[in-house]
Design a protein around this ligand. Structure first.
Ligand code: PMP
Length: 402
C-alpha cells in the first residue's frame, strides 16, 4: 500500500495532448493550429528585435541576481501601469493602481483570485461560455464556485455564430451582488469575438448597478486594433469609478512565453486604500512563490521604459497583428477558392489569435487524422500559426471536411 495508491490519473491537458499527437504525426504537411502561439511567416517563433537589443544591453553590464522585491521590479510595475492605464491618467497619478509583477498572465489571475478569496470568500465567479480553460480551474482551485455567462452562440448571425450579447447582459444583470465577473479585455480566447465599445458601456453599467467585481484578463493587448485601442476598455471601467482587477500577459505581445512575464493591477478608491490592497497582494505572492524571477521582467521593463525600444516593440507587435489579419483574409479567400460555398467571411470579423471556425468535433478529428491539421475539438484554430506556406494545405483540408 503506497501513499499514492488512491491517486487518480488526472485528465490530460487537451491542448498539450494535441501537441504530443502533432509531434508524433509523420505527415510532412502537418500544421499545428492547436496551441495559442504566434509564429512568423516561416513558421518560427519570433525573438523580437526589441527584446534582443534589451538583452544585449543587459549582457554588456551584467548584474548579480539577488531576490527581487515581492511585487517585482519597480520599473516593470510602473511600465505596466503606464501601458494599461496611461501614464497621464488620474488613476495612475493619484496612486490608485496597485500593480505587481506576476508569473505570466496566469500568475496575475492566481494572485488576484487568492486575494479575492480573502476579501469576498462567498462570492461566485462567472466566466464566459466558453472561456480559456484555465479560468475555471484557477478560480475553482482558489476556492470559488465558478459558473458561466452566455457568450458564444452558434445560432447567431443566421447560424454562422457570434456573441449572444442579450444573454450575456441578462446573466450579469441577474447575478448576485458581489459576483466576480471574468471578462476578456480583448481578443477573446477561444472564440475570437469581442463585444463592441457600446456593448462594453452596457456591461459596465450593469457591473456598476449590480455591484459586481470586474476582473479583466488582458492577455492579448495590441493584437486587436493596437495597444492604445485595445487598452481603451480599461479606461472605460476606470472612468466609471469601478474597483477593477486587470491581469496582463506579455507572453504573446513580447513573444516571451517561457520567461513568464505578466502582472496584476488592482484599482482602489484612494491611495491609502490602494496601499492596503498592495500589502495584501504581496502576502498572496509571498505565500505562493515568494517573489518573481528577474530576467523576463528586466527585459520588458527596459523596453517599456525606453522610448526607442518601446517604439520598436510597437512596430514589431503591429507586424504580428497585421500578419494575422492578412492570414484571416487569405483564409476566407482560400476557402472560397477551394470550393467552400458557406460564407466564411466571419473569420475576418473575428479578432486576435483565434478563430472559432464552426467546424464540428468530427470535422476537427478528420482534419487531424486525414490532413495533419491540428485544431481543438471545439473548432478553435490559431490563425497566428497559419503562414503563406501552409495556408493552401489548411484551406484544402478544411474544404474537404466541410
Ligand atoms: N488568459 C488568456 C485568455 C490566455 O489566452 C492566456 C494564454 N493562453 C493566459 C491568460 C495566460 O497567459 P500566460 O501564458 O502569460 O500565463
Amino acid at each position: 500500500m503506497s501513499l499514492f495508491t488512491a491517486v487518480e490519473m488526472a485528465p490530460r491537458d487537451p491542448i498539450l495532448g494535441l501537441n504530443e499527437q502533432y509531434a508524433a504525426d509523420s505527415n510532412p504537411l502537418k500544421v499545428n493550429l492547436g496551441v495559442g502561439v504566434y509564429f512568423d511567416d516561416n513558421g518560427k517563433l519570433p525573438l523580437l528585435e526589441c527584446v534582443q537589443v534589451a538583452e544585449k544591453a543587459m549582457m554588456a553590464t551584467p548584474t548579480a541576481r539577488g531576490y527581487l522585491p515581492i511585487d517585482g521590479i519597480a520599473a516593470y510595475d510602473a511600465g505596466v501601469k503606464n501601458l494599461v492605464f496611461g501614464a497621464d491618467s488620474d488613476v495612475v497619478k493619484s496612486g490608485r493602481v496597485a500593480t505587481v509583477q506576476a508569473i505570466g498572465g496566469t500568475g496575475g489571475l492566481k494572485i488576484g483570485a487568492d486575494f479575492l478569496k480573502k476579501i469576498s470568500p462567498n462570492a461566485k465567479v462567472l466566466i464566459s461560455d466558453p472561456s480559456w480553460e484555465n479560468h475555471r480551474a484557477l478560480f475553482t482551485n482558489a476556492g470559488f464556485t465558478v459558473e458561466t455567462y452566455p457568450y458564444f452562440d452558434q445560432s447567431v448571425n443566421g447560424g454562422l455564430g457570434g456573441i449572444n450579447f442579450d444573454g450575456m447582459l441578462a446573466a450579469l444583470t441577474a447575478a448576485t451582488e458581489g459576483t466576480i465577473v471574468l471578462l476578456h479585455a480583448c481578443c477573446h480566447n477561444p472564440t475570437g469575438y469581442d463585444i463592441t465599445p457600446v456593448q462594453w458601456d452596457q456591461v459596465i453599467q450593469v457591473v456598476k448597478d449590480r455591484n459586481l467585481t470586474a476582473f479583466l484578463d488582458m492577455a492579448y493587448q495590441g493584437f486587436g486594433y493596437g495597444i492604445t485601442e485595445d487598452g481603451a476598455v480599461i479606461g472605460k471601467f476606470v472612468a466609471a469609478g469601478l474597483n477593477i482587477f486587470v491581469s496582463t500577459s506579455f507572453s504573446k505581445s513580447f513573444s516571451l512565453y517561457g520567461e513568464r512575464v505578466g502582472a496584476l493591477s488592482v484599482v482602489g478608491s484612494s491611495k491609502e486604500e490602494t496601499d492596503r490592497v498592495l500589502s495584501q497582494l504581496k502576502i498572496a505572492i509571498r505565500t505562493n512563490y515568494s517573489n518573481p524571477p528577474t530576467h523576463g521582467g528586466a527585459i520588458v521593463a527596459a523596453v517599456l521604459g525606453n522610448p526607442e525600444l518601446r517604439a520598436l516593440w510597437e512596430k514589431e507587435l503591429g507586424e504580428m497583428r497585421v500578419r494575422i489579419k492578412a492570414m484571416r483574409q487569405k483564409l476566407v479567400d482560400g476557402l472560397k477558392a477551394a470550393g467552400v460555398t458557406k460564407d466564411m467571411s466571419f473569420i475576418t470579423t473575428q479578432i486576435g489569435m483565434f478563430s472559432y471556425s464552426g467546424l464540428s468535433k468530427d470535422q476537427m478529428v478528420r482534419l487531424r487524422s486525414e490532413f495533419g491539421v491540428y485544431g481543438t475539438d471545439t473548432g478553435r484554430m490559431c490563425v497566428a500559426a497559419i503562414n503563406s506556406k501552409n495556408i493552401n494545405h489548411v484551406c484544402q483540408a478544411i474544404a474537404k471536411v466541410m
